[in-house]
Design a protein. Sequence first.
Length: 215
Amino acid sequence: MPPSNHRQTLWFILALSVVPLGACQGEATWKRPSPGLKRMIEQPRVDAYEGEQAADGTWKGNMLKPPQGTIPYSPVPQSSRFLSGYSENEPVAFIPTRIDRRFLERGQQLFEVYCSPCHGSNGQGKTPVSQHMNHPPPSLHEKEMRALKEGEIFHVISQGEGFMPSLANQLSENERWQVVSFVKALQLAQHPRTGALPQPVRSKTQASQSTESEP
Ligand code: HEC
């Protein structure tokens, strides 16, 4: 085939391949639909979070207003010692958040719900549930229990220990610290650090403690 013929064939093939493209946009694409109807591709739409202009010219949000009394919630980033109870591989010996009376009282409520069935409201561990356990929980007032650091108690609640289940699914980190604060208060209530008390109260408690036996 001479070269000119060759080129003609090429043009012909090219032209042929363009023809079917025309079929993609038929007459209907360009015809205006009947009045009052809008084509899908031309319909107005509002994207989430986008404002919409009302007929009176004011702008209103697209999102629904939250119901009255809704409290905004966004988790505050927390330190790793708050989330784990450990700092540099050592359990912390304090509660790594701000505590107040409400915090402690919430801890008491949660202890009552989640811990008292086994440990008893007073932490002595003598409950109908524990009596049926082969390995009942220890009294939280025992010497070793009082020596537990805040971070260790947090860890036990988070991970469980021996026959005690983890309560991480039931209690948020903050709630676990609330329980820890109550456990510490409970222990202090039965074994006050007499040195920290004012003098008249100190001699009184020391006198009453010496008559009590250690649990
Ligand atoms: C289902 C019963 C049960 C529940 C509920 C429970 N515990 Fe325990 N807990 C135990 C038992 C049993 C042990 C003894 C674990 C062992 O030594 O095997 C224990 C041990 C402990 C210890 C001592 C851990 C140690 O280092 O020896 C602490 C502290 C403790 N529990 C706190 C709590 C707190 C706080 C809660 C509530 C958030 C709670 N427990 C809920 C049964 C329970």
